[in-house]
Design a protein around this ligand. Structure first.
Ligand SMILES: O=c1ccn([C@H]2C[C@H](O)[C@@H](COP(=O)(O)OP(=O)(O)OP(=O)(O)O)O2)c(=O)[nH]1
Ligand SMILES: [Mg+2]
Length: 144
């Protein structure tokens, strides 16, 4: 499928790095270097605006390399881009490391996965069907 996109940045369009990659890397669109101090969070612009078809969303996910090497995560992970959003895609990065992390224009700061989603309506009832799990959760199945 193709998706309409406006690129106001000077970076190339997000692209799949390998043939069967799920995510396209997003690049920072910034005038000056951004520094993230330990535990600091900042909203990083991408200069990208997209028009997702109805029934699709885009997820903004962290890159494992940045997470592993530099402790960089996404606060609202995964970020959700709604199909009716026409604003700029932004990435809410956080620095979980003990060192300052520098972001320069064009750096690949996150990845975006486009996915289908359902739009549901509720069937409000008094009782839900029974299952083996029942109400157990949050470690319920852990070995004792
Ligand atoms: O990482 C993100 C998350 C969201 N958005 C944009 C697209 C999304 O469609 C919109 C709203 O996001 P969300 O619903 O997560 O935020 P909210 O706090 O519920 O804001 P709103 O009241 O505008 O829905 O913000 C981004 O650019 N990056
Ligand atoms: Mg919302």
């Amino acid at each position: 499928m193709t998706i309409r996109i406006i690129n106001k940045s000077k970076n190339s369009l997000p692209a799949y790095e390998t043939a069967h990659a799920a995510g396209m890397d997003l690049r920072a669109d910034i005038e000056e270097q951004v520094q993230l101090k330990p535990m600091e969070r900042k909203l990083i612009p991408t200069g990208l605006f997209i028009e997702l078809p109805e029934g699709f969303e885009a997820q903004i996910r962290s890159r494992s390399g940045l997470a592993f090497k530099h402790g960089i995560g996404i606060v609202n992970s995964p970020g959700t881009i709604d199909a009716d959003y026409r604003g700029e895609i932004k990435v809410l990065l956080i620095n979980f490391s003990t060192e300052v992390f520098e972001i320069n224009n064009g750096d690949r700061i996150a990845q975006m996965v486009v996915a289908r989603h359902e739009t549901v309506s509720w069937n409000e009832v008094e009782v839900l069907n029974e299952t083996t799990r029942g109400e157990g959760g949050f470690g319920h199945t852990a070995v004792k």
